[in-house]
Design a protein around this ligand. Structure first.
Ligand SMILES: [Zn+2]
Ligand SMILES: [Zn+2]
Length: 454
């Protein structure tokens, strides 16, 4: 994973992603914000706080990828590790109760994969989450103390995460992978709001990663404090050219391209807000785990500068090796007929936009050797994830503590249990399941899979 983000972010500059270059003037203030000046291409990428990105990655990687139920309890073991630093365990006899014992190759700890107890309570909890029952009522229904409720919630979330990550890891071993990423603001009562990023596998709409800009364990030197919204508008103009031009103009009005604000915010107990661009850098580094085994991959991203730099930093080497491409996509209700067949330059960086059935796209790594890749099953993929997850959330966000396990459980419900337009679930389209799963199917399959992991 990349740990340094202060470098040129312009394609096709030869300094793209290069951390040290004689052609850089470090800490330039020429445009009124701290930036690097790349003399090779003339760009001024704003300075990024590498330490903050590292802390966000450290917290989020465990939330999204850890083998908390099946891995060695001493060593942090992850899904999508691709053998790099993967900590393996060997079979090491059985316990008296007949459970498989394992010995970690790295630290020699002997451990057992614990059987999942209280499956009935986990199912009851899952049913209440699917029904969006308020937390206090769930605790009453489970007839347990709040502490036990959080333990069950975490266990259910770990169980479903391990189930889905195992399946994803096998399914994403393919020659070509396309990921579609978009952000959205999730509003809660009392002026609380989260900036969230959803990434789907582009053809199936399956949600692979959903991040929010709260940090619970790590502490950043600078929290995001909010500020007047500079989220790019989605103008209802009948001209897609005019709509896109307005978005570029809105970006120009920011202090710098990546200075994205999304409104005034109230504090959330036990958590710190992360700047959107910092979260974006971390989010795309995590996606790098998923693209690492594909010889060729594409990122389709929202037209947003705070996401553009992050996407490029996740694959600059692969871009030079012609293994990765990055495109902006933009939906518009008129489609893209207004744009000429050979494209139309809009904004800066020679951004050239081409029309397509749902709107327009712009190759950020503008090479013409690949056929237009936009046979998207559903251009609304990540948007649908945001909408569904927001509907599932309780409007009162009293504490940040249950947020991560809840979102992970809801991500699995969305993927495995929610049929979409063609009656298929995203998991069916990605080839992870044969049919729509009921809540019982999902939980039973997850427990069964866990028991047969070793
Ligand atoms: Zn450059
Ligand atoms: Zn170990």
């Amino acid at each position: 994973m990349r740990s340094q983000f202060n470098c040129c972010k312009s394609y096709p500059c030869h300094n793209l992603g290069v951390v040290e270059s004689d052609e850089y003037e470090m800490e330039s203030n020429h445009l009124g914000y701290p930036a690097i000046h790349c003399k090779a291409c003339g760009s001024y990428p704003p300075l990024v706080d590498d330490e903050s990105v590292a802390k966000v990655i450290h917290e989020k990687i465990a939330r999204h990828f850890s083998r908390s139920l099946t891995g060695c309890p001493q060593c942090q073991t992850l899904y999508f590790d691709h053998g790099k630093g993967l900590v393996k365990s060997n079979r090491y006899g059985h316990t008296k109760a007949g459970q498989q014992r394992l010995k970690c190759q790295q630290c020699s700890q002997v451990y057992t994969v614990k059987a999942i107890k209280h499956a009935d309570k986990l199912l009851l909890l899952l049913e209440h989450i699917a029904k969006q029952t308020p937390t206090t009522q769930v605790i009453t229904a489970l007839d347990c103390a709040p502490k036990i409720y959080y333990q069950l919630l975490t266990r259910l979330s770990n169980l479903l995460r391990e189930f889905s990550r195992q399946k994803e890891q096998a399914a994403l071993q393919r020659d070509f992978l396309a990921l579609h990423t978009e952000s959205a603001v999730s509003q809660y009562a009392g002026n609380k709001a989260l900036w969230c990023i959803a990434t789907t596998e582009a053809q199936s709409g399956y949600c692979l990663l959903y991040s929010h800009n709260l940090l619970l364990q790590e502490t950043l030197a600078e929290a995001y404090l909010g500020g007047q919204s500079s989220v790019l508008p989605t103008p209802k103009l009948p001209s897609i050219l005019a709509a896109l031009t307005e978005r570029y103009q809105s970006t120009m009005r920011r202090q710098h391209f990546e200075s994205l604000h999304y409104g005034q915010l109230a504090n959330i107990r036990g958590a710190q807000y992360i700047k959107p661009s910092i979260l974006a850098y971390a989010h795309f580094q995590l996606l790098g785990l998923m693209t690492a085994s594909s010889p060729h991959f594409h990122h389709y991203i929202e037209h947003e500068s705070a996401i553009r730099g992050a996407a490029l930093m996740a694959c600059s080497e692969e871009i030079f090796a012609e293994q990765a491409e990055v495109y902006f996509v933009y939906r518009h209700f008129t489609g893209g007929q207004e744009l000429p067949v050979n494209g139309n330059n809009i904004g800066w960086w020679s951004d050239r936009w081409y029309g397509t059935h749902y709107g327009a796209y712009c190759p950020i790594t503008y090479r013409n050797k690949y056929k237009v890749p936009f046979s998207l099953f559903d251009a609304d993929g990540p948007k649908s994830v945001h909408q569904w997850l927001q509907q599932q959330q309780c409007l009162n966000l009293k504490s940040a503590k249950p947020l991560d396990p809840l979102i992970e459980i809801q991500r699995c419900l969305y993927n495995f249990c929610q049929p979409q337009k063609n009656q298929q679930t995203p998991a069916m389209r990605l080839g992870l399941s044969q049919q729509k799963m009921s809540l019982t199917d999902l939980l039973t399959a997850a427990i069964k899979r866990l028991e047969h992991t070793h």
